[in-house]
Write a protein of this length. Sequence first.
Lengths: 520, 262
Amino acid sequence: MRFPRDLVWFAALLATLLAVGVHNTTAAADGPVDQWWAPGSDRPLPAYVEYDDPAGRIGLVNTAGTITTAGHPFFEPIGTNGRACVTCHQPADGMSVSVATIKRRWEVTAGKDPLFAMIDGANCPNQPAADPASHSLLLGRGLFRIALPWPPRDDKGQVVTPEFTIEVVRDSTGCNSGPEYGINGTRHEISVYRRPRAAVNLRYVASSGFGVSPFIGKTGQLAAVDPETGRPLNMNMMADARKSTLKTQAQSAAHDHLQVAKPLTPEQLTQIQDFELQLYGAQAVSNVAGKLVEPDGPSGIGPEAMAKGRDGVLGNNTTQYVIPMENKWADLPAGKTPAEKARNEFLESVQRGHDVFFYRTFWIKDAMHINSVGLGNPIKRTCATCHGMHMTGMDTANGWMDLGTTNHPYALEPAESPWAKDLPPLPLFKITCREDLPPHPFLGRVIYTQDPGRALISGKCEDVGAIVIQQFRGLAARAPYFSNGSAANLRELVDFYDRRFNIKYTEAEKTDLINFLESL
Amino acid sequence: MRMNRPQLVALLLLAPAVLNAAPPVGSHISFVSCPIIRDTRSVPCWLSDYRSDRYYLTIQSDVSAEVQPPYLGHKVLVEGVVTDKPQICGGIVMSDVHLSVMPELDANCNEQLPAEDRYVIDFNPRPPGPSAGRLAFAGAPGTPRQAAPPARGPQTINIYFDFDHGVSFRHPSALSSVLNAAKQIGAKRMNIVGVRGAHRLSDGTLLQEAPNTGQRRAQEIAGLLKGAGLDLPGAVTWTSGESDADGVDDWQSRRVTVELLP
């Protein structure tokens, strides 16, 4: 008799949970510092583990059971700078790394942790390593430097003739106008600054089950293909989609961030890929409501739900939902005790937050790669229109869009003044699109941006500031948000959308939406 | 014929009304104007004014819609045939509607109207939020899909474009059709012709695409097909424009023609 694969691993998981206890964590007793996974820690990663986060606890499920990390290329310092993949993809931080964790590492190690390696952990590699000001973007916003070639190169490394010119308007970090690292420097690089993405639930992120064809559905351009299979990919792996399989991303990251002396071996790449495809994570416990995972609870909540869910499914519909809740937390009883009352009120708020996310319409306007894909500008839709991937809230197909997180006039750009204590921290570029081609449909031919996003790979004017949508799971563990870390917390994230699209959320709607997001 | 003074005055008073009268049913109409979006209790509808008439263009739906909405912030090139169907959203209904967003930004095109009780969209195939689980214009669940017969012999496939635009969201399906047809007929040769489109508007104006448009389209399509693995010998050529624009189906002039030969 054959059991479904889901059933087999779930039974194994259950046995493990019974053996070790659901709340067995490596952290709680010794405080948050011990949640840190240093490279080469040589400790097992359990089949299930929870870590404290600001909203409660995040849970991670490893469907392969407990794994030994000794010798594992994800956990070992395989590069030359002492880092491992786990350095920036911390289990306790939902497999990203929060700015709170980064600050703690600076304090604990006096800035000597490999996390602060000068290649990308500093605003520019030529700055003094011991000075925290050299790492201000990492310490302040959790941003790593991403150095990209100019002119752009596609995912095969071929030079792309850009549809635009680029100038440095504000060089906040001193890198983009320098003689070595500047655009016109000897290395011909552009430095942009981005958050590390969550290396969890990647079965969903890497799935090409919906809306993927040889030609990108939103632009008609060529989709990246898997070099091993030749099949087109959804290109949702990285902020600019410059690498689109787990293996090519790992190889690229090992070179760029770990400074490996030689490329990873096929065996190492397979080990990393296998690990990333067996790891799932989501919020498991709320500070207010306690356990979020309950036998009769919503089927889309918790890490086990992620491990069991179907990938490559469009969820922006009433048959498969983005985050299935089944109205399980609507109209709960008042509660007999204060704790029960608080729990039920919180869970009802989460349910309402889901409904705001899924049903609350507003006008989405001038957002490249959503208003430009046949729906019109503006469209009256909901959050779930763009965040439509079942279980993750990503885009199912090639998911880069310009919400305005990095582009003028919507990006966070405090007005400068003689009285301002801090200058805007990020660089600012001026993009001028070629006259002989159509302009950007919503921004015209001159665009100011902190990060040109996908355009630094595709060379397309229409891609300026377009960033691949990130997943929603484990959010509470990995602030700040957006690729440029411009939202310090979920309130700022919601406020950004509220301003950007003139949604006019009520305070109650904002609270509900935040409670929903931090419960994912 | 000599008119007396009262007759002349009457004619002059009548002239604007005659000039502004809605075109007769069945006539082709083509104009460039700002789109207008009107909210309704369900999905918004799109309209555009030309002369003294308001035309209904389409509604918000999803990517499966035959007529996809234009953009505020841009003028839209409208082509259609006037019908006598009941007005929708206060606009004259046309058939064979083709809309093309004009590429340059135009800040004057920014009219967004609120919902009014008298304008009801009761045929919308999907609400403004989540769908019922399928594309708006897909067949009902369980409806068998009509599979196209396999291609045989030489194939000519036209790929149509928005005015002055290159490849966009409209084209993955057409490009995939070329790949499939080439595979089915075992194509050995491929010729690609890019056409610079021209339009005769209803006011007589001839609207032509940028001079390099045909070349740009032909080369872009050739590059994409080659990148997708269809690397066949053949010619990639382009025209500098069509002179026979007459205001009837001129949208077909904005195209690339791909000829596949076994």
